[in-house]
Design a protein around this ligand. Sequence first.
Ligand code: ADP
Ligand code: MG
Length: 370
Amino acid sequence: MSDAGDTDIHQLDEDTVARIAAGEVVERPASAVKELVENSLDADATRIDVTVESGGTELIRVADDGQGMSEADLRAAVRQHTTSKIADLDDLEGGVTTLGFRGEALHTIGSVSRLRIRSRPRASGSDGESAGGRTATAGGGAGAVGTELVYEGGTVTNVEPAGCPEGTTVEVTDLFYNTPARRKFLKTTATEFAHVNRVVTRYALANPDVAISLTHDGREVFATTGQDDLQAAVLSVYGREVAASMIAVEASGDDLPPGPVESVSGLVSHPETNRSTREYLATYVNGRAITADAIREGIVGAYGTQLGTDRYPFVVCFLSVPGEAVDVNVHPRKREVRFDDADAVRRQVDSAVESALLEHGLLRSGAPRG
Ligand code: ADP
Ligand code: MG
């Protein structure tokens, strides 16, 4: 037995604690992309350009034309538990409209990568249109001065004035350079990019009023136009054939069987436009991208035998559900939700999608439903 002063149990230093916490929030490049895109949306961006290299393991760059930050904002933004979005618990209980509110994304990403942020506040009086335009060329003009902050492994290493357009560009390089175990868990470039693509696609489809682009290793994967048209966003993301096969779903109130769902809206594909993966079921509850067995089963059930076994349509579907009917007690990173009355949700979704398919003559009447 060792004496009281000799124990193997010891306090972890702050840096180690931060890196462990980072692993919870930032699991892979796609999780960093998600946080950065949410920040851009929260900043009222009208365009967001996401650029990644090697699946995001070498570089993630998210450039927006949002509200931007002053030097003081920037310095505050990378500190832990700093947020401009809530002040205390009351704000949380009052229902937060912003996407991220934990005040830890930038700090956390920065503790496991090298982070370079350039930002310039929107000129006052500007109502959302950036003067900067699409190309974030450094240099700007007279007065076009923002700030660049470099944050490496959890420390601010440089802050200096920088010419940049209004808005914010965050660059993450060398993700997990100081957490080799986490870095080792990264999959191939193709797999990591598939995760990034899925994340950016979900935001692009949920926010057709924002022009969102994704570029991987110099190749533009998609770019939506921001014209606030879901059909147009589907065209940009999935291409002509899929877009042409989409039909509108729109049901609310008395159109729906009883249950917690207040409305179902969006687009679903012609039964013949299907894939052997659930990947293209983009479903949202109260604006948040989620997956839920009840919703998926409702959608697939509506198609009945029109879909082969393990075939799935293209779907972009938005449900509005009172908060108390959804199990919100899930990890912030988890996308899966449960409903108190899952059977009712399934029937409601099934009914909404079935009505749309019937209206377009896409279901054989009397066909057995599987
Ligand atoms: P949270 O989003 O939970 O507040 P973050 O660490 O993601 O925490 O961001 C910290 C703060 O930095 C935000 O509250 C916001 O004020 C500011 N910020 C982050 N990204 C941007 C951005 N793209 N544009 C403007 N402000 C931003
Ligand atoms: Mg955030």
